[in-house]
Ligand binder design. Structure first.
Ligand SMILES: Cc1ncc(COP(=O)(O)O)c(C=O)c1O
Length: 412
């Protein structure tokens, strides 16, 4: 197949402004435009404070409003946001037995804190419909382990089975963490993913729906967890708490006013962002809805064009997928190899499906043994990514799908 003629010239200034684009179909492209960098330079020329202060608070308020939650705590990455969710569950005393169910498909740092904090973890099989946690398998694990927490991933922006998992939450009373690091703007029956659990995390790394260079956020409607997140992000100190609560906490310990800001209540971290990240975040938020819309409509083109050619997560009726890449699954590793070769010849980036089966990575199996289950193994063997981002449009995706179709046909 000949290269798509206008391949790398399509740019939509309403979405991206002028961003760097290579001569390949990259999986990840920058969302920070030159115009936005110019605005940042203007802000810098006012010689503002750069470390975390008022701009971060303003970003957090804007983000909470966009997502539809009460509280958000910005931090320096999506992985840090995940770490904070586990830490807040522990320090608020809601995970005394430290028992969690984790997904087989997601990202390494979705589950790394469970290992680092020595939580008793059981891994859950994935669903063919969503590639997220399979609710039937989760039900079995809940019966067996009675977890205090479950961490779900809307895999690549495909909403997990929210209704079924909320039913299980009601029945078993676990805390629900939503790792939405790659699913900004995905919807379950019109409501944003990241608003259904006790806490949710998002990443603002390069190539995601929006970027703050590096960055992340934890969002929650729970005031007590919010206060723990604030302390955990900054050394465990009282300084960032609302004044009244800081005063009351100091008084409880009989500490004088002078010492108050530097009183360390819980063992914390330093996971702070900078105000520079927050300024970029506010610029990015302005176009997030347009970016999400483009990614969602591109995803539908992939689904239509590749039906019957490769497998993919169809998602659940009434849900909206906002994908970071399109995940296709070949019938075998051999077929995947043929498709990948053709993609590479045509300068279309690809890679394995996220981390494949997380239970097949040394950080997991060296401690707990290999995890094997039909869907997670199938994704591990046949899954690969196709580019979806806000710079791609329908003709380009149709062209990419043509390459995949031809390669799949040839492999028989
Ligand atoms: C599901 C999931 N969780 C966590 C992360 C980590 O985010 P970060 O790269 O900002 O640390 C990612 C990154 O893509 C992710 O996809």
């Amino acid at each position: 197949m000949t290269p798509f003629p206008a391949s790398n010239s399509v740019e939509d200034p309403a979405l991206t402004g002028k961003t760097f684009r290579s001569q390949r179909y990259d999986l990840a492209v920058d969302t920070i435009s030159r115009e936005e960098i110019d605005e940042v330079i203007k802000w810098l020329q006012g010689y503002p404070r750069l470390t975390m202060a008022d701009e971060t608070k303003r970003f957090e308020e804007m983000w909470s409003k966009w997502l539809g939650v009460k509280y958000s705590v910005m931090c320096n990455s999506g992985s840090s946001a995940n770490l904070l969710m586990y830490a807040a569950a522990e320090s608020s005393g809601r995970a005394k037995k430290k028992k969690i169910i984790v997904p087989a498909t997601g990202w390494a740092t979705t589950i790394a804190p469970a290992v680092q904090f020595n939580w008793q973890s059981a891994m859950c099989e994935s669903s063919r419909k969503t590639f997220g946690m399979d609710p039937d398998q989760l039900a079995k694990l809940c019966e067996q382990h009675r977890p205090e927490a479950v961490i779900v991933v809307p895999v690549l922006g495909v909403p997990y089975d929210v209704d079924a998992i909320l039913e299980l939450k009601k029945k078993y009373g676990f805390m629900l963490f939503e790792d939405c690091c790659a699913s900004h703007g995905a919807l379950h029956k019109g409501q944003k993913i990241g608003t259904f659990g006790d806490m949710s995390s998002f990443s603002f790394y390069y190539g995601h729906h929006m970027s703050t260079i590096e960055g992340g956020v934890v969002s929650t409607n729970d005031e007590e967890l919010y206060h723990h997140l604030l302390m955990l992000r900054s050394h465990g100190w009282l300084k960032d708490l609302p004044q009244e609560l800081a005063d009351a906490t100091r008084a409880k310990y009989g500490i004088d006013n002078f010492r108050q800001p530097f009183t360390f209540v819980i063992p914390g971290y330093n996971l702070r962002p900078t105000d520079l990240n927050a300024i970029i975040g506010m610029l990015q938020l302005k176009k997030l809805d347009a970016t999400v819309q483009r990614r969602a409509s591109n995803h539908l083109v992939y689904q239509k064009e590749l039906a019957g050619v490769v497998e993919f997560a169809p998602g659940l009726p009434g849900d909206t997928i906002s994908s970071i890449s399109f995940c296709a699954v070949a019938r075998s590793s051999a077929e995947r190899k043929k498709i990948v070769t053709e993609l590479d010849k045509n300068k279309i980036d690809t890679r394995i499906f996220t981390a494949g089966n997380l239970g097949c990575h040394p950080f997991w199996f060296e401690r707990f043994g290999k995890f094997s289950a039909p869907v997670a193994d199938w994704l591990n063997q046949g899954g690969f990514f196709l580019p979806n981002n806000q710079t791609l449009d329908r003709p380009e995706i149709e062209w990419i799908c043509g390459i995949v179709r031809d390669a799949a046909k040839r492999s028989g």
